[in-house]
Design a protein around this ligand. Structure first.
Ligand SMILES: NC(=O)c1ccc[n+]([C@@H]2O[C@H](COP(=O)([O-])OP(=O)(O)OC[C@H]3O[C@@H](n4cnc5c(N)ncnc54)[C@H](O)[C@@H]3O)[C@@H](O)[C@H]2O)c1
Length: 353
């Protein structure tokens, strides 16, 4: 069991929670909430009775229901974690907020910016916590690289290139951009603290005719950085590899390696020309450092942040505002794809919402 997480001056009652959606991902939320000393898992909910039976047997003290309204009607229940398909996020979360419950929603926050903004307003009106499940914001390597960027160690960020590819799992209701895009887009937003000004995308629906299963996305940022994100359910091997190239140093982040972060003291300098029209370049290939990364299960830290945010009233690291920006980026991908890869201005889409 994870030790106490609430600061000493915070009310000590464990947070009374429920999990809705016991498919592929929901059981991870159940396990982590159940492991937190400062949370009490009271309900699990799924439309599918066989899933309820499986997890009801595993957690015998937890109440089981197929009816989401049972959760809303429990006056002692404080918070609901939602791990259902994307199209159900908005109606379930809105009903929970209207019933006075704090809400955690698995990524992406909602199926459109409009829906996301309505949820943000509903939570703010009632002073409730609304948190999207952007697990990578709680990953130790991602935080280490954020510190390197913000501490200035990498210099100006020239570009970031990301690959998130493997074989499957093909989703039947959303494209690869809605399924895998939230991970890279939330990391980019967290590292650069900026939404891209422009984005363009290409994709192909290789297997299911109407569902893009590969996407190549280019992003441009006001401060000068550019980024490329490759997403795919159709690749021979699993790659989770990001390269960050700055004016001082470069980083390779490989999430499936034992050395997930490698910092290269490498770069290129353009020296002062000796004569007009002459370029002098000096290449530097210095040491490569692989800093020790403190191990932690991101999902456990994420669930702890959800509970502490509710008890203290502070915004979680994965804020609802960040969740809306991630949805804005995915909507821009769709807008680009539906106009043959056009370069979409996110400044304009922000103004139009
Ligand atoms: N953070 C991560 O790394 C991560 C990984 C995988 C999935 N996810 C997210 O988790 C969510 C669920 O994905 P999944 O792959 O587990 O889906 P899934 O289809 O495997 O499971 C969804 C479950 O929700 C249940 N459900 C649907 N509508 C319901 C309703 N109205 N009330 C109660 N139960 C209902 C279904 O019966 C099913 O058991 C998605 O938002 C997905 O993006 C996050």
């Amino acid at each position: 069991m994870m030790p106490r997480i609430f600061p000493p001056d915070v009310a000590v009652d464990p947070l009374r929670t429920a999990v809705v959606g016991l498919g592929y991902w929901g059981p991870n939320l159940i396990r982590n909430l159940n492991d937190l000393e400062d949370a009490e898992l009271r309900w699990i909910c799924d439309l599918d009775p066989s899933r309820l039976e499986t997890f009801g047997r595993r957690y015998p003290t937890v109440r089981c229901t197929r009816d989401f309204d049972d959760l809303l009607a429990d006056p002692e229940l404080e918070a609901i974690a939602i791990a259902t398909p994307v199209s159900t996020h908005y109606p379930l979360a809105l009903a929970a907020l209207e019933a006075g419950k704090h809400v955690f929603i698995e990524k992406p926050l909602a199926a459109s910016v409009q829906e996301g903004q309505e949820l943000v307003a509903a939570a703010a009106d009632r002073e409730l916590t609304l948190m999207p499940g952007h697990t990578f914001l709680y990953s130790p390597p991602v935080n280490m690289i954020r510190d390197l960027i913000h501490g200035g160690e990498l210099g100006d960020i020239y570009f970031i290139s990301m690959s998130r590819v493997n074989l499957g799992l093909h989703q039947s209701d959303v494209s690869v951009a809605w399924d895998l895009g939230p991970h890279d887009f939330s990391i980019l937003r967290y590292w650069l603290e900026e939404t891209p000004s422009h984005l363009s995308a290409m994709s192909r629906s290789c297997i299911i005719p109407t569902i893009p299963d590969i996407a190549f996305i280019n992003l441009e940022y006001e401060q000068g950085a550019i980024a490329h994100v490759e997403l795919s359910w159709l690749a021979p091997s699993k790659l989770r590899r990001t390269t960050v190239v700055g004016s001082r140093k470069m980083v390779v982040y490989d999430d499936v390696s034992n050395e997930p972060v490698r910092v290269f003291d490498s770069g290129v300098m353009l020296d002062d020309p000796q004569s007009f029209g002459e370029f002098q370049l000096s290449y530097r290939t210095g040491e490569i450092i692989s800093p020790a990364v403190t191990p932690a299960e991101p999902l456990q830290v994420e669930m702890a942040d959800f509970c502490t945010s509710i008890r203290t009233g502070r915004s979680p690291r994965a804020s609802a505002a960040l969740g809306v920006e991630v949805v804005r980026m995915i909507e821009a991908v769709d807008a680009s794809l539906s106009s043959s890869g056009a370069r979409i201005s996110l400044v304009e889409t922000a103004l139009s919402h």
